[in-house]
Design a protein around this ligand. Structure first.
Ligand SMILES: Cc1ncc(COP(=O)(O)O)c(C=O)c1O
Length: 456
């Protein structure tokens, strides 16, 4: 035993209690992916994925990945300076054109894109201004830069608050200023007024870096993200995206002008000193981009699904904060309640929604994050709304007697579809489980009958 174990003990002890209460929602080992996932002998409707367009299971994207492995093997054996393929260059060219930039570079993850970009540009004479709810990878870029440049100034503004952003810009220590924000916030499902942010950056001579990990491919009339919604695509100095959400794979990318990208290729340490994105993922991303550009039906379906589910949640009376679009957080604002609700949905409803508690989100804003994708069927979403309508009153989140507008016939239909898809998704073990569950219920009912409990 060492001090390392002392440090681990307290947190592991707390987790053990949650595990014993069967409320531990993390690291569930899935045996497949999609809007339905198999875990153990169960089959669950999955609302935890960022695969917004459902492209990770698209046969063409998968086939492209396999081709990448055939052509280049499973990895390129080194970092980009020694391991750049023609396919990387093709993907970078395509992304730059798609988003209207001179140049683009790919990283092995989105996380590395942010850490590498921020730490490459910031120094002792810069002011970095961040939205208070920025993603961990942006914070890590800041920490890394500040370790090397302790005189750098870091300011935070209240989430999406342009008045306070302006205050930070007006009173900043240095002339060289960088503002970093997310386009579409991943756990809040909201977005700031990007056009105003662009204007403020111009007014105060600041550079704008936008991490639109959750917007690119998923938002805007053609999927070009939050910049497209606000009509200011060309005004974002550095635009960062990832292949791990709408593209259905893994990897990150940075778009900017040619000089900035050339500089970053030499200066971003997470690019220079980490292994190249495998060509399998490059090929998958290229095919995903083809689909995003040429098949708008997936985007339309995502938007339709988002609207449908959001309307259902609003109808039931859930608190959705300021969210809009396909990320629909259900705010419960209590740690225990959030964990409990997630566990009830999982064990009682065969539904996976991720509880977010502090320190992942600020105390008092605990929520279930619920992501809608183009792959969800109407039956899956309706079934989930029924489960939420049942569990909500049980946990006193919704008033007693709350129900959806569905008819009994519809409810039975969704339940049947849910069970059938369960059998298709998880096979014989699921069926056995379901049958023994029904048998157990019959036995319990029989026992209660004998005890006269049915009359109570
Ligand atoms: C807003 C945001 N930025 C960056 C990242 C990092 O991307 P990746 O998972 O591709 O490393 C994430 C991932 O969750 C994210 O939500």
């Amino acid at each position: 035993m060492s001090w390392l174990h002392d440090a681990s003990k307290e947190i592991l002890g707390r987790i053990q209690e949650v595990k014993e209460a069967k409320a531990w929602p993390f690291f569930r080992p899935m045996e497949n992916v999609g809007s339905r996932v198999k875990v153990g002998s169960g089959s669950y409707v999955n609302f935890t994925s960022n695969d917004y367009l459902g492209l990770s299971r698209d046969p063409r994207v998968m086939k492209a990945g396999v081709k990448g492995i055939r052509d280049y093997g499973t990895g390129l054996g080194s970092a980009r300076p020694q391991a750049t393929s023609v396919r990387h260059e093709e993907l970078e060219r395509r992304l730059a054109t798609w988003l209207g930039y001179e140049a683009c570079m790919t990283f092995t993850t989105g996380y590395q894109s942010l850490v590498g970009t921020l730490s490459a540009f910031l120094d002792d004479d810069t002011t970095l201004i961040l939205d208070r709810l920025c993603h961990a990878s942006i914070m890590e870029g800041m920490f890394l830069a500040r370790g090397e440049h302790p005189d750098m100034e870091v300011r935070f503004f209240k989430h999406n608050n342009m008045r306070l952003l302006e205050k930070c810009l007006r009173t900043s220590e240095y002339d060289k200023k960088m503002v970093v924000a997310e386009g579409y916030y991943s756990v809040d499902g909201d977005m700031g007024p990007l056009d105003d942010m662009v204007d403020l950056c111009k007014k105060y001579g600041a550079v704008l870096v936008l991490d639109d990990a959750h917007g690119l491919g998923a938002l805007g009339p053609t999927g070009r993200g939050v910049g497209e919604i606000f009509g200011c695509q060309g005004d974002i100095d550095i635009l960062i995206g990832t292949f791990s959400k709408s593209f259905g794979g893994i990897g990150g990318f940075v778009c900017a002008d040619r000089d900035l990208v050339d500089f970053l290729m030499l200066k971003a340490r997470s690019f220079m000193f980490s292994a190249t994105l495998p060509v399998a993922q490059v090929e998958a991303a290229l095919t995903a981009l083809d689909i995003i550009e040429n098949e708008p039906q997936h985007l339309r379906r995502l938007h339709r699904n988002g609207e449908l589910f959001r309307a259902g949640l609003e109808d039931l009376g859930f608190d959705l904060g300021n969210s809009q679009g396909h990320i629909t957080p259900i705010y419960l604002r209590d740690e225990l309640l959030t964990m409990k609700f997630g566990a009830y949905l999982f064990h009682g409803g065969d539904i996976m929604m991720m509880p977010f508690i502090s320190p992942g989100v600020p105390p008092g804003t605990e929520r279930l994050r619920c992501n809608i994708t183009a792959a969800h069927t109407r039956a899956e979403m309706s079934y989930a709304l029924e489960a939420l309508a049942k569990i909500g009153p049980m946990l006193e989140v919704l008033p007693e007697g709350t129900s959806t507008r569905a008819s009994d016939l519809q409810r039975v239909g969704w339940l049947l579809q849910h069970k059938l898809r369960g059998v298709r998704n998880a096979g014989v073990p699921y069926l056995v489980n379901e049958l023994s569950d029904s048998a157990q219920k019959a036995v319990d009912y029989g026992r209660r009958m004998l005890n006269g409990a049915h009359r109570q």
